[in-house]
Design a binder for this molecule. Sequence first.
Ligand code: UDX
Length: 442
Amino acid sequence: MKLSVVGTGYVGLVTGVCLAEIGHHVTCIDIDEIKIEKMKNSIVPIYEPGLTELMTKNMEEDRLVFTANHEEGFKDADIIFIAVGTPENEDGSANLTFVEEVALSIAKTAKKDTIVVTKSTVPVGTNDRLQILINENKLNTIKVEVVSNPEFLREGSAIYDTFYGNRIVIGSNNEKAVQQLTELYKPLAIPIYSTDIRSAEMIKYASNAFLATKISFINEIANICERVGADVEKVAAGMGLDKRIGSAFLKAGIGYGGSCFPKDTKALIQIAGNVAYDFELLRGVVNVNKKQQRMVFEKLVENLGNLQRKKIAVLGLAFKPNTDDIREAPSIIITNELTKAGAYVCAYDPIATENAKKTLDSSIVYAEKLEDAIKDADAAVILTEWSEIKNMDLNIFKSMKYPLVIDGRNIFELSDIKKLQIEYHSIGRSTINSYDQLSLNS
Ligand code: UDX
């Protein structure tokens, strides 16, 4: 089939490349001409493992092309995917300007019957409105059918998720359109769940809100565990054995971040509010996450007191491992608080440093190596569970001025930590302080 994908962010580019890989002819479109030129030269504008190789391969095999021109991009398309951003408005609602601009552009340029597939996360009712917008602005007597097809891709494993996702959701009442999309996705061998447009739109929000709820739930359990002497890692493992609960997304830490959960939870609260429904539970989830993102800072102040001129090693800046994305990452709030408190922040992240430099306070110093960040520090905080940090030689902590480590991701086994002379605080587990004990004994 001949496909066009509008928007070459994480969702659009990964979708376009993967659809080319399964044999379709794909044109990726973006208004950013510089980005398009880069991609024409095999330069991927985002960090996503495996994407450069797959993109280059499909360009070489003539199934993948790029253009900044909508008319040219839509010319032969049987199906057009909308995968542009829906950023957060100030009131938490989703900004639909980009999605609507693309719909209008399709209405004005499409010259043959087309299916328009919305991949972008849009509030319930948006696809119905897009259908009306296109019908009212169509310049040619063609049929355009709008279908909802939300994505469930995780950054860092977006290619894997495209090929091996748990389900493909198609929202449409038009049987022919559903059939055509089923045909398009056939090579993926992923179960297809087809439903009406509004339910499909809601599946996306409800799924992300549910996962965010699991995270805030286990984080609250962790906070209670600390106070009653239980261990949240053991509690989560025991809970996860119940198949009705499941073990995924029960990792306690410093809260969720990224481009989806924070934005989508707030948007769903808005969607409910617009129909006079107070989504109390989800408001709680968002508030708990705000509190949890500050947790490492609170623990640091509790244990170190005044942070003036103290060197704090910040290990990990990305909102999660295997991505360079720091959007809504706990590192933003924590480094802000640290610099406000007069600390000298020395940060290390294997991949996200360039993005961090654009976002975080300019006083932050970036270490080239993990060891350099830790050396002579008054305390170290762990904000992202990168495997490099998880697998580090724990003896490096000996090079600190005082070995106080606050682990926001519970990456080390308490049994390993007990072997060191170190003061170690984590989330929902007991504190280990073998430094003071050992130094008192010696
Ligand atoms: C998410 C959804 O998983 C995906 O389906 C959706 O389409 C987009 O949003 P992503 O934002 O890439 O994907 O990240 P994900 O891997 O889901 O993690 C989200 C956040 O939750 C991260 O900050 C992570 O650190 C945190 N998290 C995740 C926890 O704190 N504990 C967990 O147990 C799992």
